[in-house]
Design a protein around this ligand. Structure first.
Ligand SMILES: Nc1ncnc2c1ncn2[C@@H]1O[C@H](COP(=O)(O)OP(=O)(O)OP(=O)(O)O)[C@@H](O)[C@H]1O
Ligand SMILES: [Mg+2]
Length: 502
């Protein structure tokens, strides 16, 4: 049998599967696409997560676009963290350019243009669906972790949450928690010490400083109501295509702490809200995290451990997480070990360090009798990649160089007018974009301080006159009226805490 026939046979055996599959592109041998041998990834295996790596301009973002389009067509919603803001074009039909049709002729996959249902989301004031979360929903554990607090400081945060629970005071935004911290060190000092023990002013001072640091990264926009319901990510259009939810994060690149906080809270929330799936035929949702080095670069060891744990656990909920980065070495080894699908675009060897990284990367792939992996990694063309997946039995499929198919949607960004149009039609924009600042810890404590002062004055008056109904009674009644699900939510986060401790 010739080398080529042998190659075709091994690939056909290695890449067959029973259920539905997405087609990434055509197999390549000796730099040429082999017509009709396609690289297929079973939908069933996409909750085993993945990595897309490669030097700048080698085709990573287009690969995400291709993957998202295929997933959407199968009715699988996608969530894309768009750090560079270059992903929005998926909402519009592409153009049949000659370089695209030539590529598709080589790999023998018919080409047609198409557009996909898109929802644009934002963490800041950009044009899009506002993503928010309340501090109560974060819970004391996660909130302490994002502030990088030590055990003593975390203890104080737990007391604050407990105090607010006991007094039915919702912690919605940073203004609330700052107010409580001020209160427990000043007016409420005695009350707190009596019920919860002594709290040092230097500890609360440190916590406040760290909250302000987070605030300066723009977190005040993120904390508050209306908090986002994860189920709103799982939508389909009238043709059954899964929604491609794009979180536009262009203004978060220089705010790594906010980004990793947001990522972890999102993963935790998805993990909590989604039912257990077991071994399903296809994933419920696939997440793509572009420029993933940003979450790992400045993350503390605890944060990294948590990301690793949650990535491990979230699989059983039918969620696939894909990390996209230039160099696979950017991903911590604990996370890397859990990524089943690997799509490696070209790497460039400029320095000795680059060459070392390439060697290590090549060694991490299954050995192949058809390729010299380290040499191939540096010589792949744009829109070509080395691929290995997991088959249905969880065994790595043979390494294959793939000429990726081209996106069916626009390979460029949307115009401002197009973005505005999408948002004006969005149900979610209407649902989430109204600013709400209902009565929460800040307002309640402000009232309490005033009423306490009034009580003192009244007590003095009482000596002279007959007693009147105190303002405190009135306030207590209104406090009870405030609906708070804080206790329930804390319960849920208690579960998360146990999981994270494992
Ligand atoms: N599958 C593909 N089909 C057709 N053209 C492609 C494909 N992949 C990449 N290209 C071409 O290469 C260009 C760069 O690709 P892309 O933006 O995906 O690179 P990248 O790796 O994401 O780069 P960066 O690291 O700068 O974000 C595209 O604009 C497109 O012209
Ligand atoms: Mg890119």
């Amino acid at each position: 049998m010739s080398k080529k026939d042998n190659f075709i046979q091994i690939l056909n055996e290695g890449y067959t599967s029973k259920g539905g599959s997405i087609i990434l592109g055509g197999a390549m041998l000796d730099g040429e696409a082999i017509s009709n041998v396609h690289v297929k990834i079973p939908l069933k295996t996409l909750n085993r997560h993945g990595l897309i790596a490669g030097a700048t301009g080698t085709g990573k973002t287009k690969t995400i676009q291709v993957l998202s389009e295929q997933l959407s067509s199968f009715g699988i919603p996608v969530l894309m963290m768009d750090i560079k803001g270059d992903f929005s074009g998926i909402a519009k039909e592409g153009e049949e350019k000659s370089f695209v049709t030539e590529r598709h002729q080589k790999i023998n996959i018919p080409y047609s243009t198409s557009s996909f249902p898109v929802e644009l989301l934002t963490l800041s004031q950009q044009n899009g669906v506002r993503l928010r979360s309340t501090i109560s929903e974060f819970g004391p554990v996660l909130f302490s972790r994002i502030l990088d607090l030590n055990d003593t400081q975390s203890g104080v945060i737990s007391v604050i949450f407990k105090y607010c629970d006991d007094h039915k005071m919702p912690l919605l935004d940073l203004k609330d928690i700052k107010k409580v911290i001020n209160y427990i060190t000043e007016e409420g000092k005695e009350e707190i010490e009596e019920s919860y023990g002594k709290i040092s002013a230097s500890t609360t001072g440190t916590i406040l400083r760290k909250i302000i640091e987070l605030e300066q990264q723009g977190a005040d926009l993120f904390f508050g109501e209306t908090s986002f319901d994860i189920n709103d990510l799982l939508r389909f259009d009238e043709n059954g295509k899964g929604y491609v939810n794009i979180i536009r994060l262009t203004d978060i690149q220089d705010k790594p702490k906010l980004f990793s906080t947001f990522m972890l809270s999102l993963l935790a929330e998805i993990y909590q809200q989604m039912p257990e799936k077991g071994d399903a035929d296809q994933p419920e949702l696939v997440l793509f995290i572009d420029e993933a080095h940003l979450i790992f670069n400045e993350a503390s060891k605890t944060l990294l451990d948590q990301i690793e744990t949650i990535v491990k656990l979230i699989r059983s909920k039918g969620i696939g997480v894909f990390f996209i980065t230039q160099n696979p070495m950017d991903i911590p080894s604990g996370v890397l070990a859990q990524l089943g699908l690997k799509i490696q675009h070209a790497l460039r060897a400029f320095t000795a360090n680059d060459r070392k990284a390439i060697k290590m990367t090549a060694d991490n792939y299954p050995t192949s009798e058809f390729y010299k992996t380290d040499e191939l990694i540096t010589s792949l063309g744009i829109g070509e990649a080395l691929v290995t997946a997991l088959n249905e039995k969880g065994i790595p499929t043979p390494l294959v160089a793939s000429m990726m198919r081209a996106p069916q949607s626009r390979m460029d960004i949307l115009t401002e007018a197009e973005i505005t149009e999408i948002n004006s039609k969005s149900k979610l924009v209407r649902k989430y974009n109204e600013e709400i600042d209902r009565e929460s810890a800040y307002e309640m404590l402000t009232k309490k301080i005033i009423s306490d002062q009034e009580e003192i004055t009244e007590a003095q008056v009482e000596k002279e006159n007959k007693p009147e109904p105190s303002t405190a009674e009135v306030v207590t009644k209104s406090v009870l009226k405030v609906v708070t699900s804080a206790t329930f939510i804390r319960g849920a986060f208690g579960i998360l805490m146990k999981i994270l401790k494992k």
